[in-house]
Design a protein around this ligand. Structure first.
Ligand code: NAD
Ligand code: LMR
Length: 338
């Protein structure tokens, strides 16, 4: 199957034919915001994923360069670039999974909610495109404030008549990745052996690590619990301050987004027992959206697990989180309904 530059349409088609003839199948994935701080390393990681057969890279700037660069990687996914709103439809048509890291990041002193005014409109436009061009795709929403952008996306899809709550997932994987890392540090073990459920949402006190449910079963002193909770809830701010105006977490986020997207693709493929935390439409508590452990399958979120027993510290944390979470959800919903 000879081909050189994958940006050349003939060679892309030849490449796709080769894959079909070879019997290899895979999923079609689009990244919206692919030229950004998260988008670029995420594009690289998705190009390395053997479950991806076609990778569409969309942005309003710089996507041709990123596409040319990524397309030289000798992995099997076919890469195509799309630039500007007039190419959004082509970027989305036929996609199985759409990952959205488009939008502005925080600077020191800002909250995630301070990004609402700009990112709400970006997410609205992109979700309108999804409703029109790939209404059955799984959507992984990364753009902040996730506690509001997921309700925005849900409202856009409802308005378009395409809403399937099982297919819309706010990405909170970075909270789990951070929690696994700092808990492993305290326990003195390999982070790959650790699993910390992180529930609630994705901003400050709405990020609720369930340290009483850590695997392997572990106990922590009150000082350790305070330290770990603070590191997990403020991990994003730690990075924003260290980057001193140059943005927020990009590399650890790309890693987390790629890990989460891989779980979604394995679910779509029919693998059993794929369980991750995500911010989804939920009935586990009284709020309409909530992050908790979900089982991923062929249709997206196939099961949402109950929270399990919480200790007094976690129950108090949940009560504090609910108020902020409810306000962020309501803000997202009214942005579309107003
Ligand atoms: P960035 O500024 O480096 O990149 C954002 C990209 O989005 C840019 O390339 C920009 O051109 C593009 N973009 C802007 N408007 C667009 C539009 N209408 N359509 C398509 N693309 C558009 O920012 P970043 O560091 O990659 O962060 C992106 C977002 O992800 C931010 O909102 C950030 O807060 C969020 N984030 C979320 C998590 C999480 O855990 N969910 C973690 C880190 C960052
Ligand atoms: C994070 O948790 O790193 C992201 O939500 C980015 C941010 O603004 O903190």
């Amino acid at each position: 199957c000879p081909f050189n530059l994958q940006t050349d349409e003939t060679s892309i088609l030849r490449r796709e034919n080769c894959r079909t003839k070879g019997g290899s199948s895979g999923f079609k994935v689009a990244i919206l915001g692919a030229a950004g701080g998260i988008g670029q390393p995420l594009a690289m990681l998705m190009k390395m994923n053997p479950l991806v057969s076609v990778l569409h890279l969309y942005d309003v700037v710089n996507s041709p360069g990123v596409t040319a660069d990524i397309s030289h990687m000798d992995t099997s996914a076919v890469v195509r670039g799309f630039l500007g709103q007039q190419q959004l439809g082509s970027a989305l048509t036929g996609m199985d999974l759409v990952i959205i890291p488009a939008g502005v990041p925080r600077k020191p002193g800002m909250t995630r909610d301070d990004l609402f005014n700009i990112n709400a409109g970006i997410v609205k436009t992109l979700c309108e495109g999804i409703a029109k061009c790939c209404p059955h795709a799984i959507v992984n929403l990364i753009s902040n404030p996730v506690n509001s952008t997921v309700p925005i996306a849900a409202e856009v899809f409802k308005k378009a008549g395409t809403y399937d709550p099982k297919r819309l997932l706010g990405v909170t994987m970075l909270d789990v990745v951070r929690a696994n890392t700092v808990v492993a540090e305290v326990l003195g073990i390999d982070p790959r052996e650790v699993d910390v459920p992180v529930i609630g949402g994705h901003a400050g006190i709405t990020i609720l690590p369930l340290l009483s449910q850590v695997k392997p079963p572990s106990s922590f002193t009150p000082q350790e619990i305070n330290y770990l909770t603070d590191r997990i809830q403020n991990g994003g701010t730690e990075v924003v301050e260290a980057k001193a105006g140059a943005g927020s977490a990009t590399l650890s986020m790309a890693y987390s987004a790629a890990k989460f997207a891989d779980a979604c693709l394995r679910g779509l493929k029919g693998d059993a027992g794929i369980v991750e935390c995500a911010f989804v439409a939920s009935e586990v508590i009284e709020l309409p959206f909530f992050a908790s452990k979900v089982r991923l399958g062929r249709t997206g979120v196939e099961e949402i697990y109950p929270l399990g027993p919480l200790n007094e510290y976690e129950r108090m944390g949940l009560e504090k989180a609910k108020k902020e979470l409810a306000a962020s959800i309501a803000k997202g919903i009214s942005f579309i309904r107003k």
